[in-house]
Design a protein around this ligand. Sequence first.
Ligand SMILES: [Zn+2]
Ligand SMILES: [Zn+2]
Length: 147
Amino acid sequence: MKHCKRSIALLLAAVTALLCLACCLPAFAESSDDPEHEHNYVAVTVIKATCTEPGLRRYICGCGDVDETRDEEIPATGHRWGPWTTVVEATTEQEGLKERTCINDPSHKDYKKVPKVEPSSFSLFFQKLLARLKGLWDRIFALFYRD
Ligand SMILES: [Zn+2]
Ligand SMILES: [Zn+2]
């Protein structure tokens, strides 16, 4: 009787195991064979945007499928200019030149001319004064040396 009980228990265990297997197998088959695989798209940057060129973001599933309807253009970032540095100092005689470099890509450079330095208002005042004095002197000179 003891022996019988044990075999019944074994049989029950075997049946449950089989039932469980029968239950789980289709699930296993589904995930490995995936006849009804549901795409799970993840955004992937395929082309990185540069300062001047737009990039591309695509939605790609783990299975390799691409949802082309969701392709997104990544706008160009635009240059990120660093501070201006002087290349040629401007003087009263010549224009100066300044340069700045892009932080994103150091091969991108921007230049601007710097206008000539205006003489200071002080020296302008003296220039005018001298011109006036010269005019005055010319008049006096003309008075004494008239033909
Ligand atoms: Zn997929
Ligand atoms: Zn740039």
